[in-house]
Write a protein that binds this ligand. Sequence first.
Ligand code: GLU
Length: 409
Amino acid sequence: MCGIVGYTGRQEATPIILDGLKRLEYRGYDSAGICTLNNGHAETRRSEGKLINLENLLAKEPIAGAIGIGHTRWATHGRPSEINAHPHQAGPVVVVHNGIIENYLQLREELRAAHHTFKSETDTEVIAHLVEKKLREGGDFEKAVRQALGELRGAYAVCILCETEPGTMIAAKQGSPMVIGLGDEEFFVASDIPAILSHTREMIFMEDGEMAIFRNNKPVFSTVAGAPLTKNSRHIDWSPLMAEKGGYKHFMLKEIFEQPRAISDTIAGRLLEEEGDVYLESLSLPDGELKKVERICIIACGTSWHAGLVGKFLLEEHCRIPVEVDIASEFRYRNPVVNDRTLIILISQSGETADTLAAMREGKARGGKNVAICNVVDSSIAREADGVVYTHAGPEIGVASTKHSSPSW
Ligand code: GLU
């Protein structure tokens, strides 16, 4: 989950994109970046942390151009850092992406074998390289993007620029949200309405498998496969606050209804259906170590603790290993029985829950192996744990955890 913004028109792109990113910050903000095309040259600025850091960087090192793309990131693959911040560039191709590319590992291996060098740890960078590869194989920008997108599995909303076709911006989506704003000889692309609501109220909602090509400030719609499309715009009369909540009465309700997406994003790329296996990329526990486990302690607080109770049922059912579920504060203040055959699973949405962090250190000191289940990449618990399984639920705005139980309305 994150925010993307694209602009093509007659005005300077950077202030418009920056303003759009600010209004999308609620979707995630561990790093941010902007790229504009200036006389066919891609100028990119990226920075770690909140958007203000990018703003300060741009004040010191401004970029120019009337076509550009921007991104505020909520990391799913690769820690929050400047190098992992979007946009990502390969040759003349520059990409911002919201979503998860499930087959990125396989694509990255194939691209490496074809002498592509990767700079980041993200899944996104494969998109830039794949488009570049298709360009080199002799396609134009549009064809290269269509071919590259055809090879991706997973979810994406992308906005792509190319130095060799500086008047063109391409946007496409599959599984991640995207809206297009129609202005007066200017066009906007965004993950969500609030980003562009101050510029236009005429919006086109993109559906999965659809693509918009803005060439010399005219949009043309088609499917990713190439079939032409006619899209109608809608007039949006929401207030900016209503728009942020996606039309729901409050964020809590919005997040309840986002649960199916959060679950499918979390499973994405990890369930190897054909092999009948599961792949957890940062578990960091070899098979041999896992086989030695004789006891599992799930440690958490609040709603995460309740989730742990369900975990106990599932683990005992499928692994036939005894599982205890502990409230972190109680675990850390008693004299828990832990040894090197104990696996400690810590659950914390934020990865910052103080008692859970302290319990993890306690368990570690007694020789237990630990794996954290967290939603925030590079959070304290995620950094200190031996292994981590990230949920990809996106940033939490409605903090009360009641939303994790089934809504009764
Ligand atoms: N998967 C991409 C990344 O980790 C995009 C995440 C997002 O949607 O912010 O960089």
